[in-house]
Design a binder for this molecule. Sequence first.
Ligand code: 13P
Ligand code: SF4
Length: 302
Amino acid sequence: MDTGELQSEIRKLLKEKNAVLLAHYYQAGEIQDIADFLGDSLALSMEAARTDAEVIVFAGVRFMAESAAILSPDKTVLLPVAAAGCPLADTISREQLEEARLEHPEAAVVTYVNSSAETKALSDICCTSSNAVKVVQSMDAPEILMIPDGNLARYTSRFTDTPIIPWEGSCPVHQGLSVEDIERLRKARPGAPLAVHPECSPEVIDISDFTGSTSGIIEFCGKTDARTIIIGTEMGIFHQLQKLYPGKVFVPASDSLVCRDMKLTSLADVYNALLEMRYVITVPEEVRASAHRALSRMLEIV
Ligand code: 13P
Ligand code: SF4
């Protein structure tokens, strides 16, 4: 089947199975184009919590599908590629978090959604890159242990007086972006603003014109008067940027901004997932109930 045929077969199957296709901005353009809902991690988890469909097909990575299963336990959640994970989420295990909690008994634990269900279950509240500042500002605790992304923790600490203890995990895609990459580009594109994700290093954030989630970056690109914008996040975002703002020029801050896990999913995988109802993502009930508490506490304040 060619791309168009696969897309229409997927749409047919979605209807037949009372299913919705949720896709993250980092997915391939041909998947984004047929999604029922396209968004950043926060918008996707909100949609997963409110959908009436019986089946959720998650075009993204495992932690996103797990969050959908935690929020909507009565739905069947499918992740088209079982191996699509997130190296950042893997930087902390349940055991490591248990130890960190013992070391910092007074700290509230704020956990980025890019994490396992088991670590969410041990957390006080979750956050995403679009609400991390709001979540942290809502906490009434002497200190905050923020996991697993050290850069997001350091970025968030700029907006609160509460001491934040960062877990030193990072996203290999965003962490890899260097000040030198940007300086080189800026010479070739003088005056072009730089929009970056908060998973980037503090040095990169310091020289950016805007820092925000994928949705935040898309919004910034719409609002700025600049015609050329340098983008410091994963390449998948370019598909929407070019569709939404065809008159503007978007330049990747580096050619290495590609998330291998996000790119594992093809249109054929989405089709096969629906045809064979695979791979069903479930979370054991005792983990799910506690993780649900942390996720829904986040959703209450955004
Ligand atoms: P968003 O919170 O912008 O969706 O980003 C998710 C992610 O995986 C960033 O690397
Ligand atoms: Fe994980 Fe980074 Fe990929 Fe996002 S871009 S899914 S944080 S590895």
